[in-house]
Design a protein around this ligand. Structure first.
Ligand code: 5GP
Ligand code: ZN
Length: 136
């Protein structure tokens, strides 16, 4: 994708500080970090989101996210790490090249990765379960 910023960063057409790189992914720091050390795992080949990406590439990117999380924990002294990935504008995705966020968490940080717990609608869930099973 010639106009995709993460394609350009992942493939070195735009310079960046990389903390890990192999033939399939590059890991950089987020330009507007949620917390100190917030990193992004960028696959080198373009896929907009989880609905498009090749399974093996996604699996590899998640293994790298795990390694980066472990290294960041050691390097920053953070107490925990969120690993998350947004798909679609409604889900908070703003760059449409799949990426995995690795966000170190500190006591009293400003990341606010929370939702309001709801209640289950068992009837609707049963319907959804049937439809999901038919697709899978
Ligand atoms: P999303 O909202 O799509 O899940 O996450 C996009 C992330 O990419 C945001 O956290 C944003 O700060 C980061 N970002 C956007 N443009 C750039 C860039 O040019 N360089 C870097 N390092 N991060 C970027
Ligand atoms: Zn791209």
């Amino acid at each position: 994708m010639s106009d995709c910023i993460f394609c350009k960063i992942a493939n070195g057409q735009i310079p960046s500080t990389s903390i890990y790189e192999d033939d399939k992914v590059k890991v950089i720091f987020d330009i507007s970090p949620a917390t100190l050390g917030h990193a992004l795992v960028l696959p080198k080949s373009h896929a907009a989101n989880v609905f498009e990406i090749d399974d093996e590439l996604l699996a590899h990117a998640h293994i790298v996210a795990k390694k980066v999380a472990t290294a960041l924990k050691e390097a920053t002294g953070c107490k925990g790490v969120n690993i998350l990935q947004n798909n679609g504008e409604v889900a908070g995705q703003s760059v449409f090249h799949l990426h995995i966020h690795v966000i170190p968490r500190y006591d009293d940080d400003d990341a606010h990765i929370k939702w309001t717990p709801g209640t289950q609608d068992t009837e609707k869930l049963a319907e959804i379960a049937e439809k999901v099973k038919a697709v899978l």
